[in-house]
Every structure is written in C-alpha cells, then in structure tokens.
Design a protein around this ligand. Sequence first.
Ligand SMILES: [Zn+2]
Ligand SMILES: [Zn+2]
Length: 112
Amino acid sequence: MNKKQIQEALNDKIVKELTQRNLILVNQVKELTALLKKDINKSYPSYLKTKHWKRIRNKVLKRDKFKCKECNNRKSLQIHHLTYEHLFNEENHLEDLITLCSKCHKNKHHEP
Ligand SMILES: [Zn+2]
Ligand SMILES: [Zn+2]
C-alpha cells in the first residue's frame, strides 16, 4: 500500500467508526427521550396538584379574564398548553398557556 491508499483506508476506518458511534448516540438519545416521556407522563398529574402550578394557573386565568378563549364560557375552565416546550417552567412562558373550558379543551386534544 502506498501512502495515499493508507490514508484512504484510515479515512474509511474513521468514517465507519464515527458513523457507528453516531448511531449508538442516536439510539441512546432515543432511549433517553422515551424514558423522559414516560417520566413526564407519570409526573404530570402530580405536577398539576402543586402550589407552583396553581399559581401559574391563576395567573393565566386572570390574564384571560376567567373566560374560555374559544367560546367565552366561564364554567369548568382548564389551562391548555400550546406547547410543552417549557413544561415545568411555564412561569416564564405564560404565552404557552391559554384558558379553555373543558369542552373546548377536549376538542383541542382531539383535533387531528
Ligand atoms: Zn370553550
Ligand atoms: Zn390541553
């Protein structure tokens, strides 16, 4: 093998190794994301019972004047997350949350 061939073989080897390592990392991230999702699903109901959430909830209700943003209903109001990007840190992202009545809220989650 000449120098160039050795270089190419080395490059090949490096690329292969990097690809394999990346695949392992991608799989690890996938696994972690799945675990995190499971964890969030488990902690979400209890999160909604915390004082922290209740304080956020009250702020959003006040901001939306205790009315459903869709139909102006004042009964059985709930808070809907437009995005879960700041889950557990909504306090600094109140724009992620809107007030909906239970009916409109249900519709939101059943929209395709
Ligand atoms: Zn409504
Ligand atoms: Zn919702």
